[in-house]
Design a protein. Structure first.
Length: 321
């Protein structure tokens, strides 16, 4: 690795109190979802291993206490290290974003006067936003609906929530019985990055699936979706459990699918059903901006492929002339 020379260290001023790194880390993870905490912790642990210390607090000291230049130097070295390990640009960007977020919090609460300025790599959106498609989803739902035991009722209700409302798996897992009103067809969901639940209207198919599941489950308070395996029976179904259910149901009908694939399929179907009305679909999907929806819309219409065909036809005509 072609290492950069470390800059001259510019430590915090002598008037600064020694920062409490434990409190910093506690504040960093506070008020975040379980999935976000897990991802950030893994990313910061990668940096911890890279700088050769044992704890996240020690890594934070390494990043913060020697000043602006030293912090950026460590981030640049970390970026080069991850690149040499052949990590995907998106993965590298996520780890750098965790560092930037930590330094930004330290700046906001007055621990340091600087922000981290090391950018990630430019990443072209390569994700498949189509999901399993309408026919694939239909097969999955039909197979799940045939299973009428307790697990089958739960799985079918979960699949309908994921697809019909384009929910994320963490959103589905966070639903409690008191967040559901089958009589009025309402569901209150804690969306990604939100601190307050928002009310969503459930279609009749979703209401029916949830109602049948509640008959099996019982309507006592607690998580809507329960784990049913012997080891975790009666506890809240976790995001990994949702993933496994979706994966296995998909495999049973010969389709490779994951929970977010159902959300992709739902958004694509919504664009088709509304004639590409981004405003309506934004409200349905709860994306904060149109940017991601434009990627879905482009994939749905394959504008690039259509234009490429036109260009190729023109070239063929010219050759024939």
């Amino acid at each position: 690795m072609n290492e950069l020379l470390p800059p001259e260290k510019t430590p915090l001023s002598s008037t600064s109190q020694a920062p409490d790194m434990r409190r910093l880390m506690e504040s960093f993870f506070q008020n975040r979802s379980a999935g976000t905490i897990k991802a950030y912790r893994q990313d910061l642990q990668s940096f911890t291993a890279f700088v050769g210390v044992k704890t996240l607090e020690e890594a934070a000291k390494k990043l913060l206490l020697q000043g602006h230049g030293e912090a950026n130097w460590w981030a640049l070295q970390f970026k080069s290290h991850l690149s040499e390990k052949k990590l995907a640009p998106a993965s590298i960007n996520r780890k750098l974003a965790a560092l930037r977020s930590l330094v930004n919090l330290a700046r906001v609460i007055g621990m340091v006067p600087f922000a981290l300025e090391v950018d990630g790599f430019e990443v072209e959106a390569l994700r498949d936003t189509r999901g399993p498609g309408a026919e694939g989803v239909e097969k999955i739902l039909k197979r799940a609906e045939l299973q009428t035991d307790k697990k089958g009722r739960r799985d079918y209700a979960m699949l309908r929530l994921l697809f019909d409302l384009a929910l994320r798996r963490a959103e589905v897992c966070s639903i409690d019985v008191e967040h559901v009103n089958v009589e009025h067809g309402k569901l209150f969901v804690l969306g990604k990055g939100r601190h307050q639940r928002e009310g969503l209207t459930m279609p009749e198919e979703t209401v029916e699936a949830v109602r049948y599941w509640l008959k099996e489950r019982g309507e006592e308070k607690g998580p809507l979706l329960l784990a049913l395996d012997p080891r975790s029976y009666g506890k809240r179904l976790g995001v990994d459990g949702v993933y496994q259910v979706v994966k296995k149901v998909g495999e049973s009908v010969g389709i490779r699918v994951r929970p977010h694939g159902l959300r992709h399929a739902a958004i694509t179907e919504a664009l088709d059903a509304t004639g590409g009305d981004l405003r309506q679909v934004q409200r349905f999907s709860r994306h904060r901006s149109y940017d991601m929806l434009m990627i879905y819309d482009d994939a749905r219409g394959d504008f690039q492929g259509n234009v490429a065909k036109l260009v190729a036809k023109r070239a063929r005509r010219k050759k024939e002339l």
